[in-house]
Structure formats: C-alpha cells, structure tokens
Design a protein around this ligand. Structure first.
Ligand code: ADP
Length: 362
C-alpha cells in the first residue's frame, strides 16, 4: 500500500482544506494510506505526532472551512540541508514516499529541491547510522506533486490558484460596502489590495466593481499618470457618478519602478477637491469561507494529484496540477516556478510587456 502525505505550506488560502480533503479521500479510495503533515515543512522536520494518519471521517467538514486546518508555517530549518535530511528520515520512519504540497512558489521550489536531493539524503542517513540500508531500501524515489494554493493567482501556467476566487469575492464585497458610503457622501476611496507582485486580484476587482482607476505591478503607470487619473475621474463625475473608487495593488509601481502608495494617491485626489479616504483591506482578503469555485478547484486538483502520484515513474518530472482553459492538467513543477520567477525579473528589467506575456502563458 502506498502511503501519501499531504501538507499546506507558505501563506494560507481559502480552499486549502478542500485540497487536503480531496487528497486524503482519493488516496483512501485508491487503496492507499493518507497522512497529514501539520504546520507545513515544520511538521516534516519535527516528525512524531506532527505526521498523522488520516481516515475518511477526519476530513469531514473541510470543504467549507477557510484557512488551513492542518496549519501552515514558514520553516527556516527546511531551507537547510540538515533540516531536509531530518525530514527525509521522518518520512521513512512513517513509511511515506509521496508528498502532495499545497502552497506558493516558495513551497513548491522547496519540494522539488527535496526530491532532487532525496537519494543523497538517504545515503547520508545510512552513513550517519541514523537509518539502516534495509530501512531506506524500499524508498528509492520521492514523488512530489504540487498544488498551487495562493490568493494572489501569481503562478504562471495555471489560470487560477486555489484561493484566488474566494479572495476576489471578499474584495468585491468590501468594495461594495465602501461604495455605498462613498456614494452617500460623494467621497473618493483608495482601496489597497494584496497580490504581492501580481495584479490579478486588483485587475479583476476593478472590472467586477466598476472602479474608476487601478494600479498594478505588471502595467506600471507612465509619467503624467496623476493628470490622466484625474481627467478620467472628472469625466466619470461629469456623467453623474457620486463616488470614486481607486484600487491600488500592494506591488503597484510606476515605469521607473517607484512604489505607488495609497497615501500618494489620496493626496492627489484630496488636492483635486475630493473628500478622500483610504481603506486597506489587509488579511480580510485571505480569510473566511472558500467560494464555490475554490471548493471545486481544490477537489478536482486534489483528485488529480493522487492520480499523478500513482502514475509517476522515476523519469517523470514532479508535476504541478494546473487549470488551463477549464481543464485540469499537469505541468512540470520546476518550469512553472521558473516562469513565475521570470515575471519578476522582467518587471525588474522594465520589460513590462514580457511580464504580461509570461503571466498569461501556458
Ligand atoms: P510560499 O510557498 O507561499 O511562496 P514561502 O516562500 O515562505 O511561501 O515558502 C514556504 C516555505 O517553503 C519556507 O518557509 C521554507 O520552509 C520552504 N522553502 C521555500 N523556498 C525554499 C527553498 N528554496 N528550499 C527549501 N525550502 C524552501
């Protein structure tokens, strides 16, 4: 019987629990044993009761729960080889040789590194007499499968990450609330949204709420943007609009790579005569129940992840489970992560068109 571990790692996202539930139940359905690794890589390094066998009923109710019930953490020791060696030992002691990891690009990079080092980690464990050759013999290969859990929707090669649609819904609800009071008082609001280096949440929220102006990292504003923004807002006001909503992504920049801040925008709007307030949505965007889409996405992807584990050969590169044009597909994990990193590099070198292309590309 294969023994498959599942963990959530890095920043939490609504829908991660759905992924854990799907992996556990698909593993059991496929006649495997399932294990939850608590607190991300921390649980792997600590071992013991941080790695727990999961039964069908242990994941009951997970679908509708936000955050991640099995916990997540940033784990410094897994960044070190010693930590990864201890993690390998703990996995072997539990008989686990396949891991499904739901996390962001950092977590997935760590996972593939772990897989690449696996044979040499086992050799070291034997040399150090921490395990016997007989103990490691059945564990020649480590299977890794990635699921992208992130509200930012910042991974190339997938149309949606687990959590992004829940977060988008939360942002829209919040802006709707701000909207009513803005209309009453004819005010302007500058709303700051999350997304790190990715403007997807901001762009989609802008479309979904009919906001007046947005700022995103991939399309930095050009010189003279202040006047451009004001002329658009004046035009909307002239058409009878009683409110102004400007959304700014936390990673927003101008073409010179200077950060655009909510305070800066507020000052411009205030000077132009608008009674302006700032609303920072913060972690509200990351919390709460997963939207229907994320429950569906995490379930389908969790099922596919177990299939990918069972079909893996030593030659197949670690896959990440993606959604492309409404289809659940597998893509090479390392390529997806490398392409995601290229976006940041393209922005740093001011090649914004390339950044946009890489974001979209399959
Ligand atoms: P995210 O997965 O959301 O991008 P992080 O970048 O913080 O979040 O990564 C989460 C955890 O994954 C880290 O705390 C660390 O334990 C592990 N990790 C990240 N990058 C690496 C790496 N290059 N090598 C080994 N482990 C890593």
């Amino acid at each position: 019987k294969r023994r498959i571990g599942v963990m959530t790692s890095g920043g939490d996202a609504p829908g991660m629990n759905g992924a854990v539930r799907a992996v556990v139940r698909m593993a059991l359905f496929s006649n495997c044993e399932a294990f939850a690794i608590y607190e991300g890589y921390e649980g792997l390094v600590q071992g013991g009761n941080m790695i727990q066998e999961m039964h069908w009923e242990d994941v009951r109710g997970f679908l509708a729960e936000g955050g991640t019930i099995i916990g997540t953490a940033r784990c410094m020791s897994f960044m070190q080889r010693d930590g990864r060696r201890t993690a390998a030992k703990n996995m072997i002691l539990k008989g686990i040789d396949a891991l499904v990891i739901c996390g962001g690009d950092g977590s997935l990079t760590g996972a593939d590194r772990f897989r690449a080092e696996w044979p040499s980690l086992l050799e070291e464990l034997v040399e150090r007499k921490e395990l016997t050759p007989e103990q490691v013999a059945p564990f020649k290969h480590l299977n890794i499968v990635g699921l992208v859990g992130s509200i930012d929707n910042d991974l190339s090669m997938t149309d949606a990450t687990i959590g992004c649609y829940s977060s988008l819904a939360r942002i829209c609800e919040a802006i709707d609330s701000v909207d009513t009071t803005a209309t009453s008082h004819q005010r302007a609001f500058v709303v700051e949204t999350m997304g790190r280096h990715c403007g997807w949440l901001t762009l989609m929220a802008g479309v979904a709420t009919g906001s007046d102006f947005i700022f995103i990292p991939e399309k930095p504003v050009e010189d003279g943007w202040e006047e451009n923004m004001l002329s658009i807002i004046r035009k909307h006001r002239a058409l009878g609009k009683r409110k102004t909503i400007v959304i700014v992504a936390e990673g927003a920049i101008d073409v010179h790579l200077n950060k655009i801040t909510p305070t800066q925008i507020k000052d411009i709007l205030s000077k132009a005569g608008l009674d302006t307030r700032i609303t920072t949505l913060g972690h509200v965007q990351r919390g709460g129940q997963p939207a229907a889409y994320d429950r569906m996405l995490s379930t389908l992807q969790g099922v596919e992840a177990v299939k990918a584990v069972l079909e893996a050969t030593p030659e197949t590169p670690s896959p990440v489970i993606c959604m492309i044009e409404n289809k659940i597909v597998r893509r090479p994990l390392l390529e997806a992560v490398a392409q995601t990193k290229e976006v940041a590099k393209a922005i740093e070198s001011k090649d914004f068109d390339k950044a946009m292309r890489l974001r979209d590309a399959e």
